[in-house]
Design a protein around this ligand. Sequence first.
Ligand SMILES: [Ca+2]
Length: 442
Amino acid sequence: MMSVRSKRWAAAGILLGLTLAACESTKMAGGHGPQTPPASPAPPSSSDGTTGGAFAFGSSGDAGFDAWRAQFAAKADGTGRNDAVIRAVLDGLVPVEQTVQAQSFDNQAEFVKPIWDYAKTAVSPTRITNGQAKMAANVAIFDALEESYAPPREILASIWGMESSYGGFIGTDDAPRVLASQAAMGRRKDFNEGELLAIMQLIENGSATRDQFRKASYAGAVGQTQFMPSTLLQHGRDFDRDGHKDLWTNAGDALASAANYLTNSGWKKGQPWAVETRIPEVFDYSLGDGRKLTVAAWKAMGLLPATAAEFANSDALQAELFLPAGSYGPAFLLFDNFGAIKKYNNADSYALAVGLLADRLAGRPDLSRPWPTDIVMLTQQQAKDLQGALNKLGHSAGAVDGIIGRGTRGALQKFQKDKGLVADGFPTVAMLDAVLLAANGA
Ligand SMILES: [Ca+2]
């Protein structure tokens, strides 16, 4: 999973950019939880007698890259990695040209991308049909995984669909090349070097081959469930017990690895990820500010399940009211399992899309309320104006970055509540005007 989840969205033809929910951040980048890393194989005896610095790689044509590679090879050698593997991973690499990224970030005319754009793309009729067919074709695998791991099959299938169109697209970049290019530029150097070391360990212990890592996303994520190499090393599973963790061509290995990762991320068996909820006519929307209350407490305030007779056995569970479209679209009670999906990719938009697709794969009904696709979204410049004005009014929207996340929405809710408005935190153009008017003291 990721780093730059962007690549996957990009691969799906979606511009990475600004979402209502969250900046698409790195997937599984950074520490993934407290799991203990598996024991490394014993350091191989250095039969050729080489030491760090003695790898003599051919020049890449980029002096800076070559210098980084020499020092990193020595570092890998110093941590006990096998000389031949170090050579196989790093020799012949030519750095990626850093030109294409982040195109849309500076385009102030671009509209803030609503979270439902992700959901609508993710939950397409084709993806539902294909997913149900894949679940039927792999029923024995899913049966076994539900026995051994916490998440239900539809969540695993949904991630499979989101990450690779059920194994249909797994990327064509060389993971060592893209990771080394980033590290050499000093971009998240420790993280990217750690991923390279993980690749070396995976090759050494027989989990995967050097060639398999030539099929990766542009961020270095691999296989049908798009694991970063360190995640594969820590959480990968060899479902068919052939000695390899083959996320590239073996659906069982890929799905078992995702099941294991979600289990290790705290998935609570038998609990929902979310339930769509109906909001009563008179309701304090400012309660949708991230606070967690029991389902029983939400029910006492008049919330009802939107498409079922009852919230499923969840009265005692803690849930957060999530209003991705403010008062203009579907609302959800989110459970802890939403957070487990976000361990996979730390974006509300991603977790929402996974959950909604899973619901459809499981045959549950579509949302009761449509997304407000006719609402005019703010441009990125307008979003910045909103943030600046909220900050000026003392509502602390945080960084003026044009990304409307939880901070901005929370600040807007405070403004709305102050003014006696529906405090749903949803930034319409009319709401922007109201905030600007107040901030300008008119
Ligand atoms: Ca295997």
